[in-house]
Design a protein around this ligand. Structure first.
Ligand code: MRU
Length: 353
């Protein structure tokens, strides 16, 4: 079976970037075209582009646009402007480590070429942004190939949030495993959590899987335990926004619930992520910054008020799943198993960052 690409989250059009506005999907396919790093920063902040690897790719292009917007000829001034560009992009979302990882790569290109002209740097930085994107596509493909080995014939698969092409360069992370298993004829059935409060599962995951003719059933987040109890789920697979050295995983709020439920029902709980989502600086998940979202996303999500005015709201966008609940972590290098404090260290790439 031939892989049919879904919508590209971000594309370089020769002189500007095109982003599909994920806040409008699936009902409207609206594209944003921009040559401004400010708009890229805004798009990341407002989740028009989202998902850890896609955020990193967008940051790379944002940095390259920041260089292209520079009108002077002095290298020192360009570098100073790019410090500001990087600081702004970095401030957009705190949890996905792919953002700082991509910005570090861009900065490395600057630092490794101190004698190049402004004009040359503009080209080199754009090339690096494109490289981050193309490498991520290959990375996701490999994650799918490795992870699909873990998927039994006719498996019921529960997933959370959106980890598909929209959230990455292409293919996805957790979703790449699902797609590859499907392509290999394993006849999988997917349960997609709706993923409150912004409904990335209901809006994006179902849309992507349906485009690929993969059997997907939408469930509310609080249905997960019941479908497990009914024996409909053979494995859970989710993505990650940041993984600590000990295997603790930050991912969309509600992921931890699933891991606890999976353990209770003796169902394997897999995390799929590129190495760029591993924070080798952090010894445990306790140090991962967790983004808190606007209470309005809970009290009046999608424009309809549903809770009393003045109610207190706590809305973390991510939670931390402790490593002992994670059966395996699938990266582009293969399947990593506990003890993670030893196995994750061996994944560290000697290049960059
Ligand atoms: O807030 P979001 O939509 O950016 O959160 C995305 C997730 O939590 C994904 O599961 C994660 O980034 C993995 S992406 C392939």
């Amino acid at each position: 079976m031939v892989y049919r690409p879904a919508m590209k989250s971000i594309e370089w059009l020769g002189d500007k970037v095109q982003i599909i506005d994920q806040t409008r999907l699936p009902l409207e396919e609206v594209y944003i075209e921009t040559d401004s790093y400010l708009e890229i920063a805004d798009a990341i902040k407002k989740l028009r582009i989202r998902g850890a690897p896609a955020i990193g790719i967008a940051a790379g292009f944002g940095f390259a646009l920041g260089a292209r917007q520079f009108k002077g000829e002095q290298r020192a001034e360009l570098d100073r402007q790019l410090d500001e560009v990087a600081a702004l992009l970095l401030s957009t979302r705190p949890t996905a480590v792919n953002l700082s990882w991509a910005l570090n790569r861009m900065r490395c290109v600057l630092n490794e070429n101190p004698h190049r002209s402004v004009k040359e740097m503009k080209e080199l930085l754009l090339d690096e942004a494109k490289k981050i994107q193309s490498e991520d596509i290959e990375t996701c493909r490999r994650i799918g190939q490795h992870g699909s080995e873990l998927v039994p014939e006719r498996a019921g698969i529960l997933t959370h949030c959106n980890t598909g092409a929209l959230a990455t360069g292409d293919y996805g992370t957790a979703q790449s495993i699902i797609v590859t298993a499907h392509e290999r004829g394993k006849r999988v059935r997917v349960f997609a959590d709706e993923t409150r409060p912004l409904l990335q599962g209901a809006r994006l995951t179902t849309w992507e899987l349906m485009k690929r003719n993969i059997d997907v059933t939408l469930i509310t987040d609080n249905t997960a335990a019941f479908v497990m109890k009914q024996g409909l789920v053979d494995l859970v697979v989710v993505g990650a926004d940041r993984i600590a050295r000990n295997g603790d995983v930050a991912n969309k709020i509600g992921t931890y619930n699933l891991a606890v439920l999976a353990e209770k029902h003796k169902i394997p709980f897999y995390v799929a992520a590129p190495i760029s989502s591993i924070d080798f600086q952090l010894s445990s998940g306790a140090g991962i910054p967790i983004e808190e979202r606007d209470p309005k996303e809970v009290t009046e999500g999608f424009g309809k008020r549903i809770a009393p005015h003045g109610v207190h709201v706590y809305s973390p966008a991510f939670d931390i799943t402790p490593h002992e609940l994670v059966t395996s972590i699938i990266t582009e290098h293969g399947i990593t198993r506990p003890p993670y404090d030893k196995t994750i260290a061996s994944l560290r790439s000697p290049t960059k960052v």
